[in-house]
Ligand binder design. Structure first.
Ligand SMILES: [Mg+2]
Length: 438
């Protein structure tokens, strides 16, 4: 028997050899399988019947007999949408279209081009093979992961789930085994402004998020005044909201480890809902050390991609609240798997989302299909983008009940929002002009 990956043995012969090997060790059942395998048709090796890559062999899933009414992807259309988003509309020949947000902040044009590069794979494919396409797009890229490619994959994944749900006439959460809840808790940004918190609370929000006051000026070792003022700013929010609301605080990975430890101690009496990205996420051991030093929940995940990225966070106990972004971490497909991994570690999911209403809808369907959901971030409920925007009531929004993602993009309303050149902020320490994280 030649080596399994030597490339000289046909797939059929290799499969037969595997079964024969198993029969030798496994007895009658393996012997029966050997007979079945010997009669099975070989995997076709001719070029794809559709798709544009003549190097590809056709995947057998594309010929499954269940598909009496095949649906084919006909067009990938992207829209640069203000303030900094990228929408994707996947067209099909069945009169159905699916929407996603294949974007990483500050690189919308790069992502639009990366979507275009997926045309050679996706055009002509059946959009309902969602997981199959996820695997093909992720693994056939060879260089796996990264913000741009995984974000583009994420937006495509959202659009394919949207089409699949519409084709079957059911919401995405139904396809994922839900609902696990009828409403989804959301939180709002309030900066370090107690009046803003009161205003959002009056609008119906019950959970909020703030950042560290003057974070870009914290330096490598902050003076006591910085720590005290930052903690006092959080205390003012707690005073404004009362003990009945939840307030997370985002360090944005912009605080040095030593400053993070001091600030967390100062925040502990005010009991934030979580401390987000207490340090940058590249060194998981440092975050794990910080997590062991406090009883406050540590949250992270907006800059972590796929199940492989979150594995180390969980294994090392670096965070008990995972914040995968459905536009970055691998879409609905991957985030559902990450949630399952988190459940095994008694960790919760609070999806990151500073993006648009499609991303929000994807997060709501995820929340409605997992048991370990905490809270969903949002910065826009769809006003000016959706025909029916979401509404907040007593801290939560209803799970969308329509087919697919359950939203209707208002393409007329989008017309005056097309085009942007949003870039990431450039931040410097005002004392010496050196680069600091924002
Ligand atoms: Mg954050």
């Amino acid at each position: 028997m030649k080596p399994a990956f030597g490339g000289t043995m046909s797939r059929r012969r290799f499969a037969q050899a595997l079964v024969a090997s198993a029969a030798g060790a496994g007895g009658a059942l393996a012997g029966a399988r050997r007979g079945a395998a010997a009669d099975a048709p070989a995997v076709p090796s001719k070029p794809a019947a559709y798709g544009l890559d003549s190097r590809a062999e056709r995947s057998s899933v594309e010929t499954m007999p269940r598909r009496r009414d095949p649906i084919r992807i006909t067009k990938l259309e992207t829209f640069l949408v203000k303030p900094r988003w990228l929408f994707l509309k996947v067209h099909t020949d069945a009169g159905l279209a699916g929407w996603g947000e294949p974007v990483v902040e500050g690189r919308a044009r790069t992502c639009a081009e990366a979507v275009r590069e997926l045309e050679s794979y996706l055009l002509g494919k059946d959009p309902r093979d969602v997981v199959h396409h996820w695997q093909a797009i992720y693994r056939h890229a060879f260089y796996r992961g990264g913000p741009v490619l995984t974000s583009v994959l994420s937006g495509v994944d959202q659009a394919l789930w949207d089409i699949k749900g519409k084709a079957l006439g059911v919401p995405v959460y139904e396809l994922l085994g839900g609902p696990t809840r009828s409403r989804v808790r959301v939180y709002a940004h309030v900066g370090n402004n107690p009046e803003a918190l009161k205003k959002r609370k009056a609008e119906g929000f019950r959970a909020f998020k703030t950042g560290v006051l003057n974070a870009t000026r914290s330096g490598i070792v902050a003076p006591p005044g910085f720590i005290r003022e930052a903690a006092d700013a959080f205390a003012a929010l707690r005073e404004a909201g009362g003990d009945g609301v939840d307030i997370g605080i985002d360090f944005h990975g912009a605080i040095s480890p030593q400053n993070a430890k001091l600030l967390i101690k100062a925040l502990e009496p005010h009991q934030p809902m979580f401390v987000e990205e207490p340090v940058a996420c590249q060194n998981v051991d440092v975050m794990a050390e910080i997590a062991r030093g406090t009883h406050l929940p540590i949250a992270t995940g907006e800059r972590i991609f796929t199940k492989w990225g979150f594995r180390e966070i969980l294994e090392k106990g670096a965070a008990s609240i995972l914040q995968p972004d459905l536009c970055h971490a691998g879409g609905i497909t991957e985030t559902r798997l990450i949630a399952g991994m988190a459940e095994a570690y008694y960790a919760a999911i609070a999806p990151h989302n500073p993006l648009g209403p499609i991303s929000l809808a994807a997060g709501l369907h995820l929340a409605a299909s997992i048991p370990n959901f905490l809270c969903q971030e949002q910065v826009n409920l769809g006003e000016g983008y959706l025909k029916t925007p979401f509404t907040v009531e007593d801290g939560s929004v209803a799970v969308p009940a329509g087919p697919g993602l359950g939203i209707e993009i208002d393409e007329d309303a989008l017309k005056d929002k097309i085009g942007h050149d949003w870039e990431n902020p450039q931040t410097y320490d005002p004392r010496d002009g050196s680069v600091v994280d924002w």
